[in-house]
Design a protein around this ligand. Sequence first.
Ligand code: FAD
Ligand code: FMN
Length: 763
Amino acid sequence: MKIACLGGGPAGLYFAISMKLRDAAHDITVFERNKPDDTFGWGVVLSNETFENLAKNDSLSAGEVRRHFAYWDDIAVHYRGQKIVSTGHGFSGIARKKLLQLLQQRARGLGIALRFETEIASAAELAKTHDLVVAADGLNSRTRNEFAAHFKPGIETRKNKFVWLGTHQKFDDAFTFIFEESAHGWIWAHAYQFDADTATFIVECADDTWQKFGFGAMSQDENCRACEKIFSKYLGGHRLMSNAAHVRGSAWLNFPRVLCETWSYENIVLMGDAAATAHFSVGSGTKLAMESAIAMANYLRSEPTMAAAFAKYEDARRTEVLRLQSAARNSLEWFEDVERYLHLDPVQFNYSLLTRSQRISHENLRLRDKEWLEGAEAWFQRLAGAGDNTVRRPMFAPFRLRDMRLKNRIVVSPMAQYKAIDGCPTDWHLVHYGERAKGGAGLVCIEMTCVSPEGRITPGCTGMYAPAHEAAWQRIVDFVHTETDAKICCQLGHSGAKGSTQLGWEEMDAPLQSGNWPVLAPSEIAWSPRNQVARAMTRADMDLVRDQFVASAEMAARANFDMLEIHCAHGYLLSSFITPLTNQRTDAYGGSLENRMRYPLEIFHAVRAAWPAEKPISVRISANDWVGADGIEPRDAVAISRMLQEAGVDICDVSAGQTSIDARPVYGRMFQTPFSDRIRNETGMATMAVGNIFEPDHVNSILMAGRADLVCLARPHLADPYWTLHAAARIGDRGETWPQPYYAGRDQLYRISGSAKPVPTAV
Ligand SMILES: Cc1cc2nc3c(=O)[nH]c(=O)nc-3n(C[C@H](O)[C@H](O)[C@H](O)COP(=O)(O)OP(=O)(O)OC[C@H]3O[C@@H](n4cnc5c(N)ncnc54)[C@H](O)[C@@H]3O)c2cc1C
Ligand SMILES: Cc1cc2nc3c(=O)[nH]c(=O)nc-3n(C[C@H](O)[C@H](O)[C@H](O)COP(=O)(O)O)c2cc1C
């Protein structure tokens, strides 16, 4: 085959090498606009895993590359006058220039033609004279633009500014992050050694800081001098250097996240940064480029046609790219939002930084640096008031809200059972909640319990509007208090326009087959075209419902619940006041967010006055309507939480969605936790996170990184009422209390899960 590689970066060179190794008869030319030694950037990082892939593909070049690696194991973070070091991270770095020289040398040795200082104006022209054109022309790929209609590139320009500098100051003991507070805002560096006397020094900051410094108007030299001043404490008198002479202006960039919908066109295929990029903070751009080169060479050999090879290549590499881009997105967003975390204690800040991409979990961190993690766990427990010598996972730290003390951070999330009769809980509820309270969670939250018969969602929903309800709930609460050390919370709600619908396991949110009752809402709106149109509430209706909430709260207090939660989420009455999607009122209760919050806050104040002062109240919200700018977005959720916080709400239970049939949620592990994170760290309010959290590892990393104070698990508690006790046994924590009659079962479980070494509860 006659092959043209457009671009002599890692992708183009390594593809040429990989093809030639598979068949020496290929006639391959690499076209590169720069000279062999001209290169932007400084060092690149490769993981051990990538290195093994390179060694399997070409042991010779891999061996040469390895000889020039700089290795380090530690990550050091300079923050608020402290240097925090953790170990076990295992990186290696090499100068980009060296890597390219080694690849050039290897390519020459294999008989590949290298044509430097050759600008290619059009891949289409090359395609006429070659069987295959590999467009590895980098981040600003001209080929991608030439065939944009076909490749359909998605390019997202990220917010922060960064510049890739170098220095002779040594950072050879650790990959180093330096966060500095300047007169113009925070600015930080990512620094790592890549050969005996040079280190990469990437400087990054928010656009606002960048503007205030006036970096955009400086020459590259002036930029270096300005950055030297900012980071002088860490540079030991060494200079910062730029080698981006080929880049016009100051060389600062905004990172473009690139992903093409299609990666090939006729005999042209995109590779490396031209096809997809990964943010530099996960250090994987070169890895993606080189591993894509290997994959393409393999498929061109294994597949019968070039089209089949392209299809396989695109399929396999897209999956890998998406995985990396997801981690990279978490990581780059962390840096974009870093101001949110800059109030954290250095221990928590470091943890948050290390786990930012969500590729490193709590237990993974333990494998890397047990000592550091145990120190961090002890810090967490100390802060939680567990005693100075406690080293346990964060999920087993106590928590206090007003006078309510929880033994741990696990919450059984409210879940409708649809088993009530005329609003009255039955033996089902006694057994259901009793089991979950026995199962080890610190707090059990009962299902949405309705303040009136019309305020029920379904005929099977529980209520708190009749003496019989109060008595039945009291029996359940008494059981929980007598037989367990869990606390129990009553969630009060009103269904609004989503009322008068079928049981959860029938047709959810659909009207009843018969016996529908009229429903109330802020505006005359139906939940869906199939549901009845709600009657818009008058002031008299609002007074009535407010009084119903108060009466229910008084009953809950007499039933001796430990905590109340007011349900302002999921499209039910109070939630439908908050979201503009369903609140179209023109009075003082519609329009601005302040107005839309007025009625839910009125209810809260009235309930708070009736609820014992020593007991806490939480409010559950939908932090995202998942419909874009027309509905509630996370930024609005922060404003909502501030209002709740000012009103005296003790904790915000941060859920999302279920407010519109047009919602398009983006699901995934812990998918709603970022909203809790944002609220907690921007307002300082305590939060509960919920949504697809199902592993102890998830819970621990959320708590330890300060993304929530409590963690709610719903479906995992349907599958296993004993989730907490089982999780503790599995991870070797022996500190949780089991019901006495179950000791024999506990001991057997401890024995059979004994491979996990017990974690001491005190040292
Ligand atoms: C600040 C920063 C830090 C980074 N850190 C790391 C890291 O630590 N680890 C890591 O793995 N990756 C890192 N990367 C990413 C990495 O540099 C790229 O992902 C990688 O270089 C991609 O390789 P490539 O071959 O696709 O593109 P490139 O390396 O960009 O190569 C493309 C080549 O094509 C040439 N070219 C373009 N157009 C033409 C044309 N019309 N005619 C002729 N030649 C042309 C260019 O001159 C260039 O040499 C970082 C990137 C940045 C911006
Ligand atoms: C069967 C079921 C019933 C639910 N009922 C309620 C409810 O009454 N009140 C409420 O706020 N959330 C309710 N939810 C939502 C859960 O509390 C939780 O927010 C959601 O299931 C996501 O958590 P998970 O991924 O751990 O299941 C319910 C969820 C389920 C599965």
